[in-house]
Write a protein that binds this ligand. Sequence first.
Ligand SMILES: [Zn+2]
Length: 129
Amino acid sequence: MSNKRRRVVCDYCHGRARCVDSKRIYPYRPDLIGKWFWLCEKCDAYVGCHPGSTTPLGRLANAELRAAKQSVHYALDPLWKSGEMKRSAAYAMLAEALQLAPQNCHIGMFDVQTCEAAVVALRAYKKTT
Ligand SMILES: [Zn+2]
């Protein structure tokens, strides 16, 4: 359900985030038209939403956290995109390395520290295989 009045708080300034459309965040990404984002202009922090909804995918991320999450994806995604392992197995391996319950192992929920630990764990995993 679409609910632009939901209360989404920015983790950085604890102010309320605003629900905006994709053009506000990615003006040159026609593939994202129709998707919603939650934005804190003060912190330049935002997060996308689950498809077809205004439910945020995780916490708002500023530039530093966005870069940290990207580096986790660069380390993790090739494992399952290459067919080396299933996506669920890749996430289960990461959850175990980080000592997280699998249901809590969502990169969208990670903070910068967890992202850094994830990259270290993934590099160690690649060395052993
Ligand atoms: Zn903020």
